[in-house]
Design a protein around this ligand. Structure first.
Ligand code: NDP
Ligand code: 8X3
Length: 251
């Protein structure tokens, strides 16, 4: 039985990925800052799938908190086979010249540094057993750059560079490194990006059918169910009505 750690499992993609991996029989470690969401998900996972579940409530921006969390894992959860680096966000929608430095810090510290902290803590165990899989949740924003998105796009471009670099450095240890780059998906993402403005967040998805969290869980399932000799490096997935970050066909 394999063990997966999913960061940012309190909503959206992370929650759906945790549910899917539990359905596939993985033991699950879920992380996030909202403990009540973690406990609710833990109950669902245990009740529905009878897998072992451990929750870790901490902020990935804090390396010390990441370290303490991973060191606190009980013996039966220490052997992590799959790390899904999913925790992340966009903050703000202003052009660069009007945007807020605090938003930059939050995006870079979460999307880039948090991902690095978690990976650095988990890779040694994978090297020791000469196997493992890391899936980084990137974005179409890691491939394209769009107006008012310079820093979010930069953070996801960094995720893609880190993914490629990890793949090079870890290939000799039998560790696979994959990335998923979704286009627009309706989760809590836009509510967070618009600093809680639900109306503006809803308008992002008006007139077309966006991706949903299960679409990303489907993608993770595809990646982790390939045979040992196959590595899915990168998947870019969009809503059918979104051609790229500029062109979305709205009804
Ligand atoms: P959600 O806002 O629904 O989920 C984000 C998750 O990240 C939450 O569980 C949140 O948990 C966690 N998180 C955020 N900041 C921190 C932090 N500092 N420490 C720990 N956990 C944190 O959004 P999505 O599910 O849509 O986003 C998941 C990933 O997918 C992100 O990396 C995002 O950039 C990426 N993405 C999203 C797309 C979309 O259109 N929705 C498209 C492409 C990529 P908590 O608040 O409890 O800490
Ligand atoms: C989120 C997708 O298109 O809003 O990563 O940048 S998009």
């Amino acid at each position: 039985m394999k063990t997966a750690l999913i960061t940012g499992a309190t909503s959206g993609f992370g929650r759906a990925i945790a549910l899917r991996l539990a359905a596939l029989g993985y033991h699950i470690i879920i992380t996030g800052r909202r403990n009540e969401h973690l406990q609710e998900l833990k109950n669902v996972l245990v009740d529905e799938f009878s897998v072992d579940v451990h929750t870790l409530c901490f902020d990935v921006r804090n390396n010390n908190a990441c370290t303490i969390a991973i060191q606190s894992l009980p013996e039966n959860f220490k052997n992590i086979d799959l790390l899904v680096n999913n925790a992340g966000l966009a903050a703000g929608t202003s052009p660069f010249q009007e945007s807020d430095l605090n938003d930059y810090d939050q995006m870079i510290d979460t999307n880039v540094k948090g991902l690095l902290y978690m990976t650095k803590l988990i890779v040694p165990g994978m090297i020791e057993k000469q196997s493992g899989h890391i899936i980084n949740i990137s974005s179409i924003a890691g491939i394209e750059v769009y107006p008012n998105g310079s820093v979010y796009c930069a953070s996801k471009h960094a995720v893609n560079a880190i993914t490629k670099g990890l793949r090079i450095d870890l290939v000799k240890y039998g560790i696979k490194v994959s990335s998923i780059s979704p286009g627009m998906a309706e989760t809590e993402f836009s509510v967070v990006r618009y600093h809680g403005d639900e109306e503006k967040a809803k308008a992002v998805y008006a007139g077309f059918t966006p991706l949903n969290a299960d679409d990303i869980a489907d993608t993770v399932e595809f990646i982790v169910t390939r045979p040992d000799h196959v590595s899915i490096n990168d998947i870019q997935i969009n809503p059918s009505q979104q051609a790229n970050t500029y062109i979305t066909h709205r009804n």
